[in-house]
Design a binder for this molecule. Structure first.
Ligand code: ADP
Ligand code: MG
Length: 382
C-alpha cells in the first residue's frame, strides 16, 4: 500500500465545521481539498479549493467530487451508501462503505455491538408503535427513543418518562411514535450516568492504530456543552475504555477516525453509547492538548502516512458556542480572550440559531480542572 503524499487532493463528503477544520489541517500539510455539501456557503467553503453542491444522497455530485480526488473521506455519517459507492469508483473511500452502512443505522450499529460482545445498555429495536409500548414497560418507564437514522445533537430523539405527569405507556408510545415520524428507532433504558467519556481511535489502511487518551464530556439538553482531555478516570477504567475502542476499530476494519462515545454509570459499569466514524466534537481539544490533533490525524490516516503521536502535551478543554449566544447581542469575544490560555474558534456560519454550533472556545491549563475553569470563565464573559 503506498502513501498519498502532500500535493495530492483529498475530497471530503460534508463541509460543516468538522470538514472545515480537517481541510485547514490538510492545507497545513500541503494537500489540496475539495468538499461536497448541500449548502454552497458551508463553513468549509472558505478554506477549500472547490465546493460541490449536493445533498447526501446525490450520487452524481459525490462522483463529481471524487473524480478529481486521490482519496475521499467524510465528516458526517449520513452520506447515502449509493453516494459512497459512486465516489468509490474514482478514489478510495475511507472509512469504507461496509462500516458506514452499519454505523449510519442505530439499529444495525447497536446490534453489531451486541453481536461482537461489546457492552451496551439495555435497549429494544422498535419497528411499530406496539413495539415501543412494550419497550417502555420493559425498560422501566424512563427511556430514550432514538430514530435509527439521521439524528445528531439530541435531534430525532424523544425522552420518555422524565416529567412528573404520569401517563400510560400507551399514550407515551403514541406521542413518541408520532414525534419521530413513524420511523424505525431504538429505545434505550435511561441510565444513571456518573460520567460520559469518549475515545478517539485512528487506523490507517496499512493497519497502524493509535488511540487518544479519553476525553470527559459534559452534555446539556443532549448537546455537548464542554469537554476536556484527559478525562481523569481511574486507570483501570481507562484501560477498559481503550481496549473497547481499539477492538471496535479493528473489528470494523477502520480506515480513518472512529470516536467511541461511552457511558460510565453510577454502578461502575462502562457501556458503549454510539460510534462516530469521523472527527468528533469531544476531540476539538486535541488541537491544544495533544501532539497531533484529530484533524491532522484523519489526514494522516486516510493518506496512509505514519500516524502522529497522541500523547498529551498539556490538559485542554473546549466549550461549545451555540447560536443562542448571538441572540440579543454580539458576543464579547474581546472579553473572553482576556482569560489566560484561551483561544477562539469560529466556523463562519451565517445564521445563528438556537442549538446550532457556531464555534468553540478552547483553553489549556496546568490541570484538566484548570482548563475547564478557564474555558467556562471565558464563556461566561461572552
Ligand atoms: P447524538 O447522536 O445526538 O449525540 P446520543 O445517543 O449520543 O445522540 O445522545 C445524546 C446525549 O443524550 C448523550 O450524550 C447523553 O448525555 C444523553 N443520553 C442518550 N442516551 C442516554 C441513555 N440511554 N441514558 C442516559 N443518557 C442518555
Ligand atoms: Mg452522541
Amino acid at each position: 500500500m503506498s502513501a498519498i503524499l502532500p500535493g495530492a487532493t483529498i475530497g471530503i463528503l460534508g463541509g460543516g465545521q468538522l470538514g472545515r477544520m480537517t481541510a485547514m489541517a490538510a492545507r497545513s500539510l500541503g494537500y489540496r481539498i475539495q468538499v461536497m455539501d448541500p449548502d454552497p456557503s458551508c463553513p468549509a467553503r472558505f478554506v477549500v479549493d472547490a465546493c460541490f453542491e449536493g445533498s447526501w444522497d446525490d450520487a452524481r455530485a459525490a462522483a463529481d467530487l471524487a473524480r478529481g480526488c486521490d482519496v475521499i473521506t467524510l465528516e458526517i455519517e449520513q452520506i447515502a451508501v449509493t453516494s459512497l459507492q459512486a465516489a468509490a469508483k474514482y478514489a478510495p473511500v475511507r472509512p469504507g462503505v461496509a462500516m458506514m452502512e452499519i454505523i449510519q443505522d442505530r439499529i444495525l450499529q447497536k446490534n453489531w455491538l451486541v453481536d461482537h460482545d461489546f457492552p451496551v445498555g439495555e435497549f429494544r429495536n422498535i419497528h411499530t408503535e406496539a413495539d415501543l409500548q412494550t419497550a417502555i414497560v420493559a425498560l422501566g418507564g424512563r427511556c430514550f427513543v432514538k430514530s435509527a437514522r439521521g439524528g445528531y445533537d439530541g435531534r430525532s430523539q424523544v425522552k420518555i418518562g422524565f416529567d412528573e405527569t404520569a401517563s400510560s405507556a400507551e399514550t407515551l408510545a403514541h406521542d413518541a411514535w408520532n414525534l419521530l415520524g413513524h420511523r424505525p428507532a431504538i429505545a434505550e433504558k435511561a441510565l444513571d450516568l456518573e460520567k460520559e467519556i469518549s475515545v478517539m481511535v485512528a487506523r490507517s489502511p496499512n493497519g497502524e492504530l493509535k488511540s487518544y487518551p479519553s476525553a470527559a464530556n459534559h452534555h446539556e439538553h443532549q448537546i455537548l456543552a464542554w469537554s476536556v482531555i484527559p478525562s481523569s478516570v481511574p486507570i483501570s477504567l481507562e484501560e477498559k475504555a481503550q481496549e473497547i475502542a481499539r477492538r471496535i476499530a479493528v473489528e470494523m476494519s477502520l480506515e480513518g477516525l472512529l470516536a467511541v462515545e461511552m457511558f460510565l454509570t453510577r454502578n461502575g459499569e462502562l457501556f458503549v453509547n454510539e460510534l462516530a466514524p469521523r472527527p468528533h466534537n469531544s476531540y476539538h481539544a486535541s488541537e491544544r492538548a495533544c501532539t497531533t490533533s484529530q484533524f491532522e490525524q484523519i489526514v494522516r490516516a486516510v493518506c496512509d502516512l505514519p500516524l502522529g503521536d497522541v500523547s498529551i502535551v498539556k490538559p485542554a478543554a473546549i466549550a461549545n458556542l451555540l447560536g443562542e449566544l448571538w441572540l440579543g447581542h454580539e458576543p464579547r469575544f474581546d472579553l473572553a480572550l482576556s482569560v489566560p490560555g484561551v483561544r477562539l474558534h469560529l466556523y463562519e456560519k451565517h445564521m445563528p440559531r438556537a442549538g446550532r454550533k457556531m464555534g468553540h472556545l478552547s483553553a489549556v491549563g496546568e490541570s484538566p480542572e484548570e482548563a475547564i475553569e478557564r474555558v467556562l470563565q471565558a464563556k461566561e464573559l461572552l
